[in-house]
Design a protein around this ligand. Structure first.
Ligand SMILES: [Ca+2]
Ligand SMILES: [Ca+2]
Ligand SMILES: [Ca+2]
Ligand SMILES: [Ca+2]
Length: 404
């Protein structure tokens, strides 16, 4: 087929482009992905303690990739940011993505839309290269491996205002070349997922499994004879991944993508970029200059590092809670003494987690009076730092103790 046609088709099909705007922050040079003490409620509200813990910071999606070197639009047209944490017990990444978009274009249907054309809707897109190998990831072609990195395009229909939805599909390309390519739905990689709409704000809260490049090529009908869990990565502290978050913004349902934003600046290449032996450089789409590397190669992805726990990754304790809930002593050899001074009554739940977020002990008692005192034996726990979560009704106090 004609190369120019293919190039245009490639760029139309995929969310792609690149560059940085001076004065805008982008994501951290290396996102320190904190281990979370608990899984969040998947409800589209960032009120969970894991989203409000030390070191869990918002990462902006504020780099304009399309049009290339374009100006930043007004905040009501687009604004985006996200948080990212991980957990060893479930072996998952957890995300909260907050998007403001004046017009949400939905209606993409994986079964009936082709299924090409997904970047022409409003799409949160995750680029993930789990071993940060870098390099091309579009097709299985020579040394190129389509699963070297994943570009997850999340498409869904927005719910009614104030409501949530958990119906979604996740598109990415697979195949050997443009003449033998198809789109697969990777929704199964997202075991928990909810999106909530509130006016022009869209809140995505979800978890993500991480797979490596031995992931089987998906057939045109989306099936594979290989167990995909065999290529599941075991997440561990110190792991470094290639990672970027992006958003395709379309504000009219006219089959054209208006903007593409990323959480890193990307990088401009002049001349021969060298993707599958062909040349990709600055091109034109819908009359505006465009350029992209992320959709073709993982070489310019941002960086995310899974952190060990410690002083960070632990929910911030409010002053009010500290006064209400007291643990003594803070260094304990056998008995954990807890006092709660609060008019509220009800069931008190006391959980102890190790620094990998694994629950090691749990106690439960009724609090019938304003002052509760409880003593619990933890002599059986091995020495080390533990996080205590003390919950009364919907309020939780989280504190650190040392087991001697
Ligand atoms: Ca939540
Ligand atoms: Ca917009
Ligand atoms: Ca890789
Ligand atoms: Ca839009």
């Amino acid at each position: 087929m004609n190369f120019e046609f293919l190039k245009k088709r490639a760029i139309t099909l995929l969310c792609g482009i690149t560059i940085g705007i001076t004065g805008y922050t982008a994501q951290d040079d290396t996102i320190k992905v904190q281990p979370a003490i608990a899984i969040p409620d998947f409800d589209g509200y960032a009120t969970d303690e894991i989203w409000n813990s030390e070191g869990v910071n918002w990462q902006p999606i504020d780099q304009v990739w399309m049009p290339w070197k374009g100006t930043v639009p007004t905040a009501d047209d687009f604004k985006g940011r996200f948080k990212l944490v991980w957990r060893e017990p479930e072996n998952l990444l957890f995300f909260f993505v907050e998007i403001t978009d004046d017009v949400f274009v939905d209606g993409y249907n994986f079964a009936t839309n082709g299924p090409f054309g997904y970047p022409n809707y409003d799409v949160v897109e995750i680029f993930l290269d789990e071993n940060r190998s870098k390099g091309p990831h579009v097709f299985d072609n020579g040394t190129e491996n389509a699963q070297n990195a994943f570009s997850y395009h999340i498409t869904l229909n927005a719910p009614d205002d104030g409501k949530t939805t958990s119906v979604f599909t996740v598109e990415d390309l697979d195949g050997r070349d443009w003449g033998n390519s198809w789109v697969v739905n990777y929704a199964k990689h997202f075991p928990d997922f909810v999106m909530r709409k509130e006016g022009n704000n869209y809140y995505y809260e979800f978890s993500l499994k991480v797979f490596n490049d031995t992931y089987p090529t998906q057939q045109k009908n989306g099936t594979t004879s290989t167990d995909i869990e065999k290529s599941r990565v075991v997440l561990a502290p110190e792991k470094i991944m290639g990672f970027t978050m992006a958003y395709c913004d379309n504000d009219a349902n006219d089959g054209k993508r208006d903007h593409f934003f990323g959480s890193v600046p990307g990088k401009e290449y002049t001349g021969n970029f060298g993707f599958s032996g062909t040349q990709y450089s600055i091109s034109t789409e819908n009359g505006q200059k465009i350029f992209n590397t992320h959709w073709m190669t993982a070489s310019d992805y941002g960086v995310a590092k899974l952190m060990k726990s410690g002083v960070t990754g632990i929910p911030k304790e409010t002053v009010a809670n500290k006064q209400k809930v007291k643990i003594n002593p803070s260094q304990i050899s056998s008995t954990l003494n807890i006092t709660i001074n609060d008019t509220a009554t009800g069931r008190v739940k006391i959980e102890l987690y190790n620094l990998n977020g694994i629950k090691m002990a749990e106690f439960s008692e009724m609090k019938n009076e304003a002052v509760y005192t409880g003593s619990h034996n933890i002599a059986h726990l091995i020495k080390g730092i533990y996080i205590t979560r003390i919950t009364l009704n919907k309020e939780t106090s989280t504190q650190k103790i040392i087991k001697l």
